[in-house]
Design a protein around this ligand. Structure first.
Ligand SMILES: Cc1ncc(COP(=O)(O)O)c(C=O)c1O
Length: 400
């Protein structure tokens, strides 16, 4: 593969702006995977960057050199930096972020804290990542009534559909900002208004948007938001976070409590179980420090570029990819309005698993979901990546 950037060489592709060209030119070398692969799979796992590698090595050096004193001298403060950095990506103030090991674990903390007595209903969407529904369906025997809202077109869920089922018996609406198999962006602010009008809370799974689509959690009015390092924030597995709207944590008395959830963990007082008044009451024990510090490397790059600039860059790559796929005879499963598309581009395919394996053997890494091959360009990708990936997908079709 040629390492030169071929932005804008295809006349029918959207025109690359100077800024968007500069982004790939400037950052691609930070991600070693591009030395011998075309990587278009950030919606599964963001590429490992040199800054994350360095953050990880630093953690190992400190562990070797200082042992447990690293906790007190360095790591507790650095965990605070991680909370703050995650928070900045969604405009969240200090104290509104809890570190959790996964989205599913964060969902458990919220589900355990809510009181479903008067309001037994939870509404989720069929296009949401299933772990959201499982969390509440699994509480059926405790009286939780989960409505899984169907999508009329398999691409998105219209606001009117939510309006029909969210009622005054609803405790929570739990859904995605960006759907993982269509890339469609939901209007989270409108969903928050809808939920609040009926006295319900809104939880947003932002794992597939955070880092590629700008989020202002407070302006959007969300009550809870879950995301983490794994995907568009380039931070790797093992570290996620839960945002709780300021003031909300105090109102939720129930749920599990750990020593990281009380104001003075190092007082070691087993008699006083008063939770912290902020979101950190949702932290369940010692955070995965190594994973959290690795995530700081990715967050540094994301913050340096800025999510609005990433969004502009990714929109250009997305539109280019969609038009190339269509010209090659494929059918991307995306919404009609480009404004509501994100950089997840799934393509209908009869043998997605075989196609993804074959592409990987040809140096192109994408992933598959049932009936779909899924591409996800991020700011470090180029038009040339799109071109080669579509060419190779077409070759697979021809040879299979
Ligand atoms: C939108 C979304 N939510 C949740 C998950 C699963 O998160 P976790 O494994 O951290 O529970 C995924 C997949 O990785 C996802 O794409």
């Amino acid at each position: 593969m040629s390492s030169s950037l071929m932005e804008g060489k295809d006349k029918s592709a959207p025109e690359a702006t100077a800024t968007s060209v500069d982004l790939a030119a400037r950052y691609r070398a930070e991600f070693p995977i591009f030395e011998n692969r075309i990587y278009l799979n950030s919606n599964s796992l963001g590429a490992l960057g040199r800054r994350s590698l360095e953050a990880r090595r630093r953690f190992e050096r400190e562990w070797i050199e200082r042992g447990a004193s690293a906790w007190y001298d360095l790591w507790l403060d650095r965990l605070d930096e991680v909370r703050a950095a995650f928070g900045r990506t969604i405009g969240a103030p200090r104290g509104s972020i809890a570190l959790v090991p996964s989205i599913s674990a964060g969902l458990t903390m919220v589900a355990d804290a809510l009181d479903f007595g008067e309001r037994p209903r939870v509404v989720v969407g069929e296009l949401d990542f299933p772990t959201v529904a499982y969390q509440f369906l699994g509480r059926r025997d405790r009286g939780v009534e989960t409505v899984v809202l169907p999508s009329p077109d398999g691409l998105e869920i219209p606001l009117e559909a939510w309006e029909e089922v969210v009622d005054d018996r609803t405790a929570l609406v739990a859904t995605s900002h960006v759907f993982f198999t269509t890339g469609a962006i939901q209007d989270v602010a409108a969903l928050a208004r809808l939920a609040h009008d009926r006295g319900a809370l809104l939880l947003v799974d932002a794992y597939q948007s955070n880092g590629q689509v700008p989020i202002d959690a407070r302006a959007m009015g969300v009550d809870f938001l879950l995301s983490g390092g794994l995907k568009w924030l380039l931070g790797g597995p093992g570290i996620a976070y839960l945002y709780a709207r300021p003031g909300l944590s105090e109102r939720l008395a129930g749920g599990p409590l750990s020593w990281f959830g009380v104001p003075e963990p190092f007082a070691f007082d087993p008699r006083d179980a008063t939770p912290r008044s902020d979101a950190r009451r949702f932290e369940l024990g010692t955070p995965a420090a190594g994973a959290a510090f690795t995530a700081l490397g990715g967050l540094e790059v994301i913050e340096e570029i800025g999510i609005p600039a990433i969004r502009a860059r990714n929109a250009l790559l997305t539109e280019d990819l969609i038009s190339r796929l269509r010209r090659a005879g494929f059918h991307p499963r995306v919404v009609a309005d480009p404004e509501r598309r994100s950089a997840i581009v799934p393509v209908h395919h009869s043998r997605p698993e075989a196609a993804v394996d074959q592409l990987a053997r040809n140096g192109v890494i994408v992933d598959h979901r049932p009936g779909l091959v899924r591409f996800s360009p991020h700011f470090y990708n180029t038009i040339e990546d799109n071109m080669l990936a579509v060419e190779r997908l077409a070759q697979v079709r021809e040879t299979s």
